[in-house]
Ligand binder design. Sequence first.
Ligand code: 6CS
Ligand code: FE
Length: 305
Amino acid sequence: MTNDPYVSRRSAKLATMVRQDPVVYSTWSERSPLTLEQVTSYERDGFLVLKGIFSPDEVAGLRTEAARLEAGSQELEAETTITEPGSGAIRSVFRIHKQNSVFARLVADARLSKVAEFLLGDDVYIHQSRLNLKQGFHGEDFYWHSDFETWHVEDGMPRMRALSMSVLLTENTPLNGPTMFIPGSHKIYVSCVGETPDDHYKQSLKKQEYGVPDEESLSQLAKDGIAMPTGPAGTVVIFECNTMHGSNSNITPYPRWNGFFVFNAVSNKLRAPFGPAKPRPEIIAARSAVETIVPVAGPLFQAAA
Ligand code: 6CS
Ligand code: FE
């Protein structure tokens, strides 16, 4: 009998269970990198929107770098680029913090990393990074899911002590498929049905079909509403690893490019997957190359000499 409190994809029976882990692992003080109101809001809702933490020049620099990558100006590790099942347009570029110096600097930035350290109550490292380039006309949806359910079952992430920071690289409007969150859903774990297929990630990163919550559970979670944060490039949306989220397809001409950077507590490093025996590759889940982040203060881009 497994003593895994977050069993999923093990039976044909659906189940939901109460979260067994704290949401915020530190006690707030005047020295915390967030206000008490922000911490309270994040603990209650499972996500938090930060606007205006980067200067217009920094935002422009991030946007330019994303456009360079999208235009294919940088050679990327082949298997890190995921295309849309329909059009073949680029859907995601994984492990971007290891392939590109601008995003390597971004994840270390104190304005992000120190917030992650506070919320996770530990030193942190990047479990996964990706640019999700939801292109105009061709950007397809990301169906509802809990990231933790996948990272627990397929990557062996022991506990809910991780969070994602989504840095908007183009404006997210109600029209071009922003990420939607179900407030409070992080406090309920939805155990999914179905056996994880071998090499599931080759399919799931294009369109996830296992580890997908059932409609009854989703309807129950969403009974008090769904939130859809929008904002200009440079907005940061922090969301807890178990917050139910998803996004619609983008049939507008306006690209929705977002960077996603997953901070995991170093005390929560990956073990053997709690589902399939074979761990997912390093490009999706850092397992051997785990480097504790050293927060870096100052502007993202050094002023030209
Ligand atoms: O499987 C994963 O790790 C990825 N899948 C989704 C839909 N969100 C988290 C992550 O990018
Ligand atoms: Fe996700």
